[in-house]
Design a protein around this ligand. Sequence first.
Ligand SMILES: Nc1ncnc2c1ncn2[C@@H]1O[C@H](COP(=O)(O)OP(=O)(O)O)[C@@H](O)[C@H]1O
Ligand SMILES: [Mg+2]
Length: 253
Amino acid sequence: MMQSAKISVQDFSLYYGAFHALKKISLGFPPRSLTALVGPSGCGKSTLLRSLNRMNDLIAGVRVEGRVSLEGSNIYDPDVDVVPLRKKVGMVFQRPNPFPMSIFENIAYGPRVHGEKKRSRLQDIVEQSLKSAALWDEVKDRLDSPALKLSGGQQQRLCIARLLAVEPEVLLMDEPCSALDPIATEKVEELVMDLKKKYTIVVVTHNIAQAARISDYLAFFYLGEMIESGVTRQLLTNPTKHQTEDYLTGRFG
Ligand SMILES: Nc1ncnc2c1ncn2[C@@H]1O[C@H](COP(=O)(O)OP(=O)(O)O)[C@@H](O)[C@H]1O
Ligand SMILES: [Mg+2]
């Protein structure tokens, strides 16, 4: 799994001040597949996800050790510019967070920041991104209306479309369905199943049933350590570590 990984962590540790939140994690994320990070609350899933595009840099007192390799280059090398890094490795959060502007402007924002000025080109990008996020048919007649008027599920797909507009390669999603109802959740799950044909996707979820439905690979975390990882079906039916089995059988978490 490490060899062919699009992005991987190697002996990666993260400290919040004196607190050792991630302990020597090594894990690879294969391209064009979806890896789910699971484990009880507080085990470090979000911390690891944020480490993959250096979002933790924004938190005071954070220190890291080890490597995160994106196609072989360490994203923590001192000369790495985080702006193109975060364009390549984009993130979707628990609560959809559209900008307080129109649907069109939400999608056009990123490409504009990265230098696209032509209106016709922006129109193409908006249409293509919304189509890729399975939202176009629902919004094509009201692109100028406020994004915040959309339903929660539509807002989350809009946030995914906003990511796709800047042509990322890796998509990070932190419990993307936790604020959504079952129908909206199903739509987002269908969408990520489709997107994983093209992108490397890492999803944090505390929902094992969801991980079983959408993921190809699974990594189980407990108290800052990665306990085990592997092909989802194998790990779910045949965990080798007792912590994993305890978690899967609902004994804690
Ligand atoms: N900004 C922070 N400062 C200090 N400790 C933090 C911070 N963010 C998270 N932690 C701690 O790091 C551990 C892992 O947190 P987190 O990655 O959010 O876990 P999870 O996403 O698995 O619930 C927890 O003990 C949490 O309290
Ligand atoms: Mg979390």
